[in-house]
Design a protein around this ligand. Structure first.
Ligand code: BDP
Length: 678
């Protein structure tokens, strides 16, 4: 198995009892209506059932009562929006929705149910997505490489498009539709203006032509200075009438080529990208200019809140809130502000961004990162659903207890008109899509949570495992166990107790000693603040006071080092090396404990994985075995780098129960350099 089929495997059901029961229930597929999306629903059901049951499933015009079949219907009484219902009626399984896409989602839900070998009667369900725009953000560049992509190059073969349309685009769209994703931004947020040229819009249109047949809209990231760089204007000032006109004309042109175009994603005045502030204007001025151009076509502007200035005295943690909270209510109706889950930048563990809850009059979208930029690329096995869920479940208290981030993002707390959840894609041209086959689960989990954020990481892990790897119950449990613990294990050897950003430019290798860069907030020491007294970033009133950006109910527990949960301790406090923590150990010993047990736990992952070999495809099994071996080796690297480096400040011995690192700090540093030269 090369992993290409993802979770849409449809392997023949070997259990004869289950196969016989299913065979009785599924003898035909009846479709009333005709559209590309509906036809794709039928095609998927036919392909899936034929493969799983090993018998042909005819498509009929008129359903036969009591013969056991699937009926697909569009009805105004169907579930709202993109939702669907599945019912049993007169011996048939009836999938109803008010929109074609709903029928497609219902068909995939039925297939998912059968792939897990669950009883047919139990498939009865009514389900509607909690978020309207469920999107992937591709950070793909026109030349092919993907910014922070670890699974080969871009899926989009720009040089071949629009004439040649790779069939893989269809499989990409199927995979997305199967988990409810209905939007895709095809290019990097650090956007090349080239995507706005007619030549490229036609290429994008060819992709959109494939995606729309699966209910997916296509979006573009735009380069804010395009009026100047592409249009030859003197300025890109959002209040300049010529500039506004340029965007109106450009948008019209795009819609004339892609009639169902979704809209623009914008990274502006962030990490060197141009933006409205270059002209003394605000983010709202910039977003509203684009909103004006998109409004006649019902397009949306997704404006990112990922901003931070190169100010040596500022706390980067506070930047997005400081720049955006005051703009609440100033954005046009078709603007969504997209916020990363945490205040810094997709770290292995972050508190939720304090912007959530603080812009009640501006729809806030969620941005998660699926690609493992800070999670060991395609080597380390990290299941991300716990990261997503931790943020979604966090209580902001903005309207009292229960004001979770999820209720903000799904629009229920502040009655947002638009709702959006985006995942920075982890796909690439690798045959198995995500490099590490286990990373497919992160794409899967994102889609499932964007549809329904109440699902548990455990339920999703089990579901994905059954669809993708094995239905053998003991092995499903063993694999979900690895998945559910994987994130904490990674955090323990990588950034325990609330450490963050100990990276080099590659964002892969440990370099907590890194102290030189063009900006202070691009060094590692800016974040951990290790000194002879202790470790951690003081964000209380004696420090940057970033905790003031949260409601008192939230900050109360975090403000006090005694009550602050250990996973967030060093996010908010500078803790003396000898201070006793709630675990009973002092800071130094607790750090050693985490680094060592984290690295050791990778041995546990290896053992668990070895134990499921009998039910996993050998190619996938050995691929993951190799990656885990490397992960263990690198976990030791992380552990040693941190312990030896921090020891230069703490001046304390590594507790005797742990083996001493085999290398010196200097040797570990050299390994980093060797790594970077690769
Ligand atoms: C950072 C990435 C950088 C992205 C940036 C962003 O390192 O490549 O361009 O996020 O989200 O984490 O814009």
């Amino acid at each position: 198995d090369d992993g290409y089929r993802l979770w849409l495997k449809y392997d023949r059901i070997q259990n004869t009892t289950i196969s016989a029961t299913y065979s009785k229930s599924f003898n035909f597929i009846a479709l009333s209506g005709n559209s590309d999306i509906l036809n794709n629903a039928v095609k998927e059901l036919q392909t899936g059932l034929t493969a799983m049951l090993g018998k042909p499933i005819p498509i009929v015009k008129t359903p036969v009562i009591n013969q056991g079949g699937i009926i697909l219907t569009i009805s105004a009484n169907g579930a709202s929006g993109d939702g669907y219902s599945i019912q049993m009626q007169s011996g048939n399984t009836v999938i109803t929705a008010s929109k074609d896409a709903g029928v497609l989602y219902g068909s995939f839900a039925l297939l998912r149910h059968l792939q897990q070998h669950l009883p047919v009667e139990k498939v009865v369900v009514q389900s509607s997505p909690k978020i309207q725009l469920r999107m992937l953000n591709h950070w793909d560049n026109p030349e092919g490489p993907i910014e922070r992509g670890y699974a080969g190059s871009s899926l989009w073969k720009w040089y071949e498009l629009p004439e040649t349309v790779d069939p893989r685009y269809t499989d990409y769209a199927r995979a997305n539709a199967s988990i409810g994703i209905n939007g895709t931004v095809v290019n990097n947020v650090n956007a090349s203006a080239r995507f706005l040229t007619a030549e490229y819009v036609h290429k994008v249109a060819a992709l959109a032509g494939v995606f729309r047949k699966f209910g997916i809209k296509t979006y573009l990231s735009i380069h804010f200075a395009a009026p100047k760089t592409l249009g030859g204007l003197k300025t890109s000032d959002p209040l300049d009438p010529e500039v506004r006109k340029w965007w109106i004309e450009k948008t019209k042109e795009i819609y004339s080529i892609i009639p169902d175009f979704g809209g623009f994603l914008v990274k502006a005045n962030s990490e060197g990208e141009p933006g409205p502030q270059d002209y003394g204007r605000t983010h709202a001025d910039g977003a509203n200019m684009l909103a004006e151009a998109l409004a006649p076509f019902n397009g949306v502007v997704i404006w990112r809140a990922f901003v931070y200035k190169a100010d040596p005295n500022a706390d980067r943690f506070k930047a997005a809130y400081d720049e955006f909270a005051t703009l609440d209510g100033k954005f046009a109706k078709n603007v969504i502000v997209q916020v990363k889950n945490g205040p810094i930048d997709f770290q292995p563990r972050e508190p939720f961004s304090p912007l959530f809850g603080n812009m009640p009059r501006t729809p806030l979208g969620m941005e998660f990162q699926l690609t493992q930029e800070y999670l060991g690329f395609a080597t380390h096995w990290v299941y991300e659903a716990p990261i997503f869920k931790e943020c979604l479940d966090a209580d902001t208290y903005v309207k009292g207890k229960g004001s979770t981030v999820a209720t903000i993002v799904d629009g229920s707390l502040h009655n947002y008109r638009l709702t959006c959840m985006a995942g920075v894609a982890n796909t690439g041209s690798d045959r198995n899509w995500t490099g590490n086959p286990m990373a497919q689960a992160n794409w899967y989990a994102f889609g499932r949570l964007a549809w329904d954020h109440t699902l548990s990481p455990e339920a999703i892990a089990r579901e994905w495992t059954q669809l993708t790897l094995t239905t053998e119950p003991k092995h499903v449990s063993a694999i979900s166990d690895i998945m559910l613990r994987s994130r904490d294990i990674y955090v323990d050897y990588n950034t325990p107790l609330g450490l963050s950003r100990p990276w080099t430019g590659s964002h892969y290798a440990p370099e907590p000693w890194q102290n030189r860069s063009s900006r202070p907030d691009w060094t590692a020491i800016y974040y951990h603040r290790a000194d002879s007294l202790g470790l951690g970033f003081d964000r209380t009133a004696t420090g940057s006071n970033a905790l003031l950006q949260y409601r008192p109910e939230v900050s109360r527990t975090w403000l006090n080092a005694e009550t602050c949960p250990l996973p967030y301790l060093l996010w908010f406090h500078h803790i003396p090396w000898s201070q006793k923590l709630s675990s009973g150990r002092n800071l130094w010993d607790e750090l050693c404990h985490r680094f060592y047990t984290g690295a050791d736990s990778v041995l546990w992952m290896q053992k668990q994985w070895a134990g499921v070999a009998s039910s996993i495809d050998p190619a996938i099994h050995s691929d993951v075995t190799g990656r885990l071996a490397k992960q263990y080796n690198e976990a030791i690297w992380w552990r040693d780098a941190w312990v030896l480096y921090l020891q230069t400040f703490s001046k304390k011995p590594i507790p005797a129960i742990y083996p001493k690192p085999e290398k010196t700090l200097e040797e570990v540093k050299k390994r980093v350099n060797v790594y970077l030269m690769r």
